[in-house]
Write a protein that binds this ligand. Structure first.
Ligand SMILES: NC(=O)c1ccc[n+]([C@@H]2O[C@H](COP(=O)([O-])OP(=O)(O)OC[C@H]3O[C@@H](n4cnc5c(N)ncnc54)[C@H](OP(=O)(O)O)[C@@H]3O)[C@@H](O)[C@H]2O)c1
Length: 360
């Protein structure tokens, strides 16, 4: 299994892609060709300042663009945005991306994956989550293809989960709200736990997959910090920052009430609302919360400790590191970050920054 040197990245300017690209190029080991719909965007420009990053302008929903990008690289990191395309279209383009990568001679393919929740929950529809299942089905398919094609093109899944950063950002499913000076999360989680992921660690893990193609070929690397219970998250926040925080368990109707305006819209902003396969925002995020509330998703933390000994192991650890970095570099603390006027200004997701708009 050869080591690759030039990696075509889909989703490079996103919350996940930015640290992943930095992790690939920071020591000059790899160069990146980043697909973006707009190389002039602020996020693309933040990558442009790194050495060894070039851009291809276009969309993943176009064979000619995929072919051009994949042909000029020997590696690929593919995170197809399901919140743009919607479940059905995402699956089609993920399959075509894999097929074209193979045809064009890519040697190692890393697929940005999410858990196939519906399957893991025994195909019970209360757990159906379009933006998870759309990736997870293709993840299974890629592993299956790799059993036959793994000598021609190695492939690995990089299975993540909600970024920890999302609990401290606006425009997310778990927005932090200041209520009478108390940082409050009102989410339909019961006593369950969210398998949160640290973006900094994503950089390490993706780099590890490309650095270890022999072991990574055929692997599904399922990552997380830990299973985060929100009462524990609030307690950790209080311990580290000294500011009050709480978690309030919420039923689904109450959770969706303040976001009625988008609850009925397609979860993917370019999905066809008239297509009966299209899940609404509410349907999609009902399954999403049910999977955490009912403990469907597991992780092998022993394996993660072995692969990444310095990994972030708890929400409290994540909060401490954030606060430490703020102290050392003068960047904003979490308490500053969750002030209402700042939350709207600095969304973690590019999709929120772009107000759920842009071409497919
Ligand atoms: N939010 C989470 O916690 C989380 C966790 C794990 C996985 N995910 C999954 O990650 C995906 C989104 O990535 P993200 O979390 O990094 O979100 P994000 O910050 O909103 O970024 C979206 C990325 O997708 C790119 N993109 C969107 N439409 C495109 C198109 N038609 N052609 C080419 N590039 C396109 C954007 O690039 P340009 O705008 O520059 O074109 C950007 O890089 C979704 O499928 C989501 O389900 C999300």
């Amino acid at each position: 299994m050869p080591n690759v040197s030039r990696i075509f990245v889909i989703g490079a300017t996103g919350a996940q892609g930015l640290p992943v690209v930095r992790g690939l190029v920071e020591d000059g080991r790899y160069s990146v060709l980043a697909l973006t719909r707009d190389a002039g965007s602020a996020r693309a420009q933040s990558l442009a300042s790194l050495k060894s990053v070039a851009f291809l302008e276009g969309t993943f929903a176009d064979e000619a663009t995929l072919r051009e990008g994949l042909r000029s690289c020997d590696g690929a990191f593919v995170n197809i945005d399901g919140f743009n395309a919607g479940e059905k279209t995402e699956m089609y383009w993920a399959i075509r991306t894999y097929e074209i990568a193979l045809e064009e001679g890519v040697k190692f393919f890393v697929y940005g994956n999410l858990d196939y929740t519906l399957k893991k929950a025994g195909y019970r529809s209360m757990f159906r989550t379009g933006h998870y299942d759309g990736k997870g089905r293709i993840g299974d398919w890629i592993l299956d293809q790799t059993r036959a094609n793994g000598d021609r093109m190695g492939a690995a899944l990089f299975t993540t989960g909600p970024y920890m950063e999302m609990a401290f950002s606006g425009g997310t499913p778990m927005p932090p709200r200041l209520e009478d000076g108390v940082l409050t999360w009102r989410v339909p989680l019961g006593d369950g736990a969210v398998v949160h992921v640290a973006l900094d660690d994503c950089a390490y893990y993706v780099r590890w997959l490309f650095d270890h193609p022999e072991r990574a070929n055929g692997m599904n690397l399922e990552v997380a910090i830990e299973h985060v219970r929100y009462a524990d998250l609030a307690a950790a926040f209080e311990r580290v920052t000294g500011h009050p925080a709480r978690y309030v368990d919420t039923d689904l109707d109450t959770y969706f009430a303040p976001i009625q305006a988008i609850a009925g819209q397609p979860a993917g902003y370019n999905a066809d609302p008239a297509d009966k396969s299209t899940m609404s925002f509410r349907e999609n995020f009902t399954g999403f919360w049910n999977q955490w509330k009912h403990g469907i998703i597991t992780r092998d933390y022993t394996l993660l400790d072995e692969i990444h000994p310095g990994r972030i192991r708890s929400a409290e650890d994540w909060i401490r590191r954030w606060e430490q970095r703020a102290k050392e570099t003068g960047t904003e603390t979490l308490w500053e970050r969750v002030q209402p006027e700042r939350l709207a200004r600095r969304p973690i997701l590019k999709l929120s920054e772009d107000h759920r708009q842009g071409i497919l």
